[in-house]
Write a protein that binds this ligand. Structure first.
Ligand code: NOJ
Length: 653
C-alpha cells in the first residue's frame, strides 16, 4: 500500500493572465484549500474554479502549506516553422506567467506552475525541480480539474478499452462522462464556445484521459502502470502541457495548432525527412486475396513486391509498403506475436533483392514491423532491425501494436501508459539516428512531438478504413477533423476504390475516397487499394491521388459541423496550387464554396464530385469530373451525395 501525500495549497493570491487579444482571461488562484485556476472568454465562463495538484506515493504528508514565493511573466510572439504538415508557419503568440510555490512547513518542497494564454487556448504544466528530499518520485495521481459546465456536449471515445483509440465517436453531456474518455475531448459549452481538452509534449508520463470526479468536475485520469501508479520519474520533472483549446465555432477549432507551439523545435537536423505517398501489399490481404502468412496466397513475395514496385513507378507514387515479409505471421499471429522476427524474411521474400530493385527504380520501401505489442521482443531486436533497414537504405517503417495491451516480461500494460509512451519514444529516437521515418499504427496519441521529431510522419490512432465492412458509418470521417485530428495527422488508408468487395464493403462514394487525401492529413499518405484499380478501372480518378501533395503551406477550414460535414482548403507547399476536400455524413448536401482565399490570378479547377444519382449504398461509383476556369471572386456550387464527398485541384494557370 502506498501512502499518499498531497502536494499543494495555502496562502491567498489571485493573478490574472490575459491572452494577447485580451478576450481570454485565465486566473491563477491560491487559497487555503488549494491551488486553482479558472478561465473566461469575453467575460463568460469557459472553465470554472478548478483544482490543481497531484498525489505522490510513499512520502509523509506534505501538508497543505504552499505559498507563492514569486512569479515571473513573459511575452512571446514568434513565427514557428514546421518541417512538414498542414501549415508551414504558425504564430506562437502568448502571455506566460510562471508561479513559484513552496511549502511553508516541514520539508519546504518547491514546485512551479507555468501558464500560457493564447488567443485560442490556455495551457499549463507542473514542474518539480530537484530538491534534497525529492530525487525521484512516484506519481500516484494527478488532480487537475477542468470544471466545465456539465450541460456542455462532448464528443467522446472511451478509454481503457481493448481497441485503444479505435472507437466511433459518441455525443454525450459532460455530466454523463462518469467513465474515462480519451483526449482530445471536444466540447460545446451552453454559451456557444467550442473547446477541446488535450495535452501537448507527452514524454515519460502516462497519457491523460478525463472523467467526472465526485465534485462533478472533469478531472485528469492518468493512464496507470500495472503497479497501479501513474509514473515513476526523476527530478527535475515537468508534466505534459494541459491544453484547453478555445474556439468560437466548430470549424475554427479544426485548425487550432497551439499543441505544436507547445513543443520544442527540432533538436537535430531532419532535412532528410520527406513526407510521401505510398501504395502497399495490404488491401489484397483485407479482401482475402492474399495472406500475411506464408503459403499459397502469400502476399509479400519477392515477385509480388517487384510487380508492385513497377506499379508504383507507373502510377507516379513514391513509396511501397510491404506487410507480411518477415518471420512470425504463421497461425494466430495475434497470439503468437512474441515470435516475430524483424531481421528474418519468409523463404519466398528476399529483402536485399527487393530493396535493391526498389532503389534501382527510385521507389522508397516502407518496411513493416508488427510487434503485436510484445515490447520486450521488439526492443531486443530494435537496434538490429533498424540497422538492417538502414543497410538496405529503407527510410520508412510502419510499426504496429495490434492487441488490447502491451506485454513486457509477462506484464500487461496499456499502450498509453508511461511504459508505452517511453517505448514509442525509444523507437522514434533510434529511427531518427538511422534516418528512418515512422508511421505508427496502434500508437500513442499525438501531442505535437512531431514538431521536435519530424521523422514521426504519421500515426493511425483512430478507427481507420480497415474497420469498413460494417463498423464505419459515413459520419465517422465527419467527426475526425473536429476530434482525433486535433492531435495531428492520421494514416486513414485512403483511396480504396474497391468499394463493393464482398468482405469489406465500404460506406463511401468513390469521390469521397479522394476527399480524404485533403480532409484527413497524413505526412505518409497511403493510396491503399490494389494498383490495378488505379491503373485500369479508375485511372481518371487516380489523377487526383497522383497530384495531391503530402505537405502543405497553409490550411483554411471552410465549412462544417461536427459529425455532419467538413470542407477544407489547403495550399501546396511546393507550388501555387490549392486543393479542396469535402465529406458529408449520411445526408446529401449542396454547398457554395467561395474561393476568396485564393491568391490573385487565374486557376483551372478540376472537380471530382459525386453525380446527382450517387449514393454510398446504392450507387457508390457515380461520379463526375469537370474542369472550370476560376479566380478568387468565384463561388463553386458542389453537390455531395449521401455518404459522399468531393475533391478539387486548383491549378494556377
Ligand atoms: C493493424 C493495422 O492498423 C493494419 O494497418 C495492419 O495491416 C494490421 N494491424 C496488421 O499489422
Amino acid at each position: 500500500m502506498f501512502k499518499w501525500a498531497k502536494l499543494f495549497s495555502q496562502d491567498n493570491a489571485e493573478k490574472e493572465i490575459l491572452s494577447p487579444d485580451k478576450r481570454i482571461r485565465c486566473f491563477f488562484i491560491l487559497k487555503n484549500s488549494g491551488v486553482f485556476y479558472r478561465i473566461e472568454k469575453d467575460n463568460k465562463p469557459i472553465v470554472e474554479l478548478s483544482r490543481l495538484g497531484f498525489l505522490i506515493c510513499g512520502e509523509k504528508s506534505l501538508g497543505d502549506n504552499l505559498k507563492l514565493i514569486r512569479y515571473h511573466t513573459k511575452r512571446c510572439d514568434e513565427k514557428v516553422e514546421l518541417h512538414w504538415g498542414e501549415d508551414q508557419f504558425l504564430q506562437n503568440n502568448y502571455n506566460e506567467t510562471t508561479f513559484y510555490l513552496a511549502e511553508t512547513k516541514d520539508s519546504k518542497r518547491i514546485m512551479t506552475l507555468k501558464f500560457r494564454v493564447f488567443d485560442n487556448a490556455v495551457a499549463f504544466r507542473y514542474e518539480i525541480p530537484p530538491q534534497p528530499k525529492f530525487q525521484r518520485i512516484t506519481i500516484a495521481d494527478e488532480l487537475t480539474e477542468f470544471n466545465i459546465n456539465t450541460n456542455s456536449i462532448a464528443w467522446k471515445i472511451p478509454a481503457f478499452e481493448p481497441d485503444r483509440y479505435e472507437y466511433n465517436y459518441e455525443k454525450a453531456s459532460v455530466h454523463e462522462l462518469i467513465h474515462s474518455v480519451h483526449t482530445p475531448l471536444t466540447i460545446k459549452t451552453p454559451n456557444g464556445y467550442y473547446l477541446s481538452l488535450h495535452e501537448a509534449a507527452l514524454y515519460n508520463y502516462g497519457s491523460m484521459t478525463v472523467k467526472l470526479n465526485d465534485k462533478n468536475s472533469l478531472q485528469s485520469d492518468i493512464t496507470p502502470l500495472s503497479d497501479g501508479t501513474k509514473a515513476h520519474v526523476n527530478l527535475p520533472f515537468e508534466t505534459p502541457w494541459r491544453l484547453i483549446m478555445i474556439a468560437d465555432s466548430a470549424i475554427e477549432l479544426t485548425t487550432n495548432r497551439v499543441m505544436f507551439c507547445l513543443n520544442d523545435p527540432p533538436a537535430q537536423d531532419f532535412s532528410w525527412v520527406e513526407p510521401i505517398k505510398f501504395i502497399g501489399i495490404w488491401w489484397a490481404m483485407y479482401v482475402g486475396e492474399w495472406t500475411w502468412a506464408p503459403g499459397e496466397r502469400h502476399g509479400a513475395t519477392t515477385e509480388h513486391a517487384k510487380e508492385y514496385i513497377n506499379d508504383a513507378v507507373e502510377l507516379g507514387i513514391r513509396g511501397l509498403l510491404i506487410e507480411g515479409w518477415n518471420d512470425g505471421w504463421e497461425g494466430n499471429w495475434l497470439e503468437n506475436g512474441i515470435n516475430n522476427k524483424f531481421t528474418v524474411s519468409t523463404p519466398d521474400f528476399n529483402l536485399d533483392e527487393v530493396a535493391r530493385y526498389a532503389r534501382e527504380h527510385n521507389i522508397e520501401l516502407v518496411g513493416h514491423h508488427e510487434t503485436v505489442g510484445f515490447i520486450d521482443n521488439y526492443e531486443n531486436q530494435l537496434e538490429d532491425a533498424y540497422n538492417y533497414y538502414a543497410l538496405n537504405k529503407i527510410h520508412y517503417i510502419k510499426t504496429g501494436y495490434a492487441g488490447s495491451m502491451m506485454t513486457i516480461n509477462g506484464r500487461r500494460e496499456y499502450h498509453h501508459s508511461q511504459l508505452g509512451v517511453n517505448h514509442y519514444q525509444k523507437t522514434l529516437e533510434l529511427a531518427a539516428k538511422k534516418h528512418i521515418c515512422l508511421d505508427i499504427h496502434e500508437p500513442i496519441k499525438g501531442t505535437g512531438i512531431e514538431r521536435t521529431w519530424p521523422n514521426l510522419l504519421s500515426r493511425e490512432g483512430a478507427r481507420g478504413q480497415e474497420y469498413e465492412g460494417g463498423a464505419l458509418s459515413p459520419s465517422h470521417a465527419c467527426f475526425l477533423p473536429y476530434t482525433r485530428l486535433l492531435s495531428g495527422g492520421m494514416d486513414y488508408t485512403n483511396g480504396i476504390f474497391d468499394i463493393t468487395n464482398s468482405i469489406k464493403r465500404l460506406s463511401t462514394t468513390i469521390s469521397r475516397q479522394l476527399a480524404y487525401f485533403v480532409t484527413i492529413y497524413s505526412g505518409m499518405a497511403m493510396a491503399a487499394d490494389r494498383p490495378f484499380m488505379y491503373k485500369e478501372r479508375f485511372s481518371d480518378l487516380f489523377e487526383f491521388i497522383k497530384d495531391v501533395p503530402t505537405n502543405f503551406a497553409k490550411t483554411i477550414p471552410l465549412l462544417g459541423e461536427i459529425g455532419e460535414y467538413y470542407i477544407v482548403a489547403r495550399k501546396d507547399r511546393n507550388s501555387e496550387d490549392w486543393y479542396i476536400g469535402g465529406v458529408t455524413d449520411e445526408n446529401s448536401r449542396r454547398v457554395n464554396i467561395s474561393l476568396d482565399f485564393l491568391d490573385s490570378g487565374a486557376y483551372e479547377a478540376k472537380i471530382y464530385a459525386d453525380s446527382e444519382d450517387a449514393h454510398y449504398r446504392d450507387n457508390p461509383f457515380g461520379h463526375e469530373i469537370q474542369k472550370k476556369h476560376v479566380g478568387r471572386n468565384d463561388t463553386l456550387k458542389i453537390y455531395l451525395a449521401p455518404g459522399g464527398g468531393f475533391a478539387i485541384h486548383l491549378k494556377k494557370t
